[in-house]
Design a protein around this ligand. Structure first.
Ligand SMILES: CC(C)(COP(=O)(O)OP(=O)(O)OC[C@H]1O[C@@H](n2cnc3c(N)ncnc32)[C@H](O)[C@@H]1OP(=O)(O)O)[C@@H](O)C(=O)NCCC(=O)NCCS
Length: 155
């Protein structure tokens, strides 16, 4: 496990760091979108955008010594906004966030979690106990992304 890693609920002072995390992802890593769409989405992921998200869903952050290195969201029983900083991927942080979110969904009374995942992250969810249901598509500013709907029964 990563030393000093803490998974906790979002606080309003995290908004700027979550915004930077999302912007970094869309500017540098979301290579399955066109450059124009990536920049447009990144520009929209402002601190205000994060504050607004936090009004109608649970946001969870991964913290290492005051740094936000990852985040994930739960809207009803749907997982959203899973982003781990590129320098921290593959260290179990995404799985730790999923584990926290799963408990949250359970305490809220849900019996399953769903996620509409981009294809390249499907394996991550499968490794965390999800099963693939159907192929779907996600539309982002006119760009169509191939995606997959996955589900995990929670108990
Ligand atoms: C996908 C993501 C959230 C996974 O978080 P992470 O912290 O890197 O994942 P973990 O270290 O907890 O990985 C758990 C397992 O899934 C595997 N895994 C993680 N990402 C994977 C990927 N993209 N493809 C294949 N396997 C993957 C890991 O190898 C690990 O397997 P292991 O237990 O056998 O070693 C993270 O890589 C990320 O932020 N990616 C960019 C944004 C994104 O695609 N978000 C998902 C939107 S639906």
């Amino acid at each position: 496990m990563v030393p000093d890693l803490v998974i906790r609920y979002f606080r309003s002072e995290d908004a700027q760091k979550c915004s930077s995390l999302m912007q970094e992802h869309f500017r540098k890593n979301a290579i399955n979108l066109t450059i124009e769409v990536r920049m447009r989405i990144a520009d929209g992921r402002t601190t205000e955008y994060v504050h607004k998200l936090a009004t109608n869903r649970t946001i969870v952050v991964a913290n290492i010594k005051d740094e936000v290195v990852g985040m994930g969201g739960l809207k009803k029983n749907e997982i959203r906004h899973m982003y781990i900083h590129s320098g921290y991927q593959g260290k179990g942080i995404g799985s730790a966030i999923l584990n926290f979110i799963e408990k949250e969904a359970y305490y809220k009374g849900f019996s399953s979690l769903i996620v509409n995942s981009v294809i390249h992250s499907e394996e991550f969810y499968i490794k965390n106990g999800f099963r693939s249901l159907i192929k779907t598509q996600i539309e982002r500013h006119g760009c169509i992304l191939e995606a997959i709907l996955l589900e995990k029964i929670i108990e």
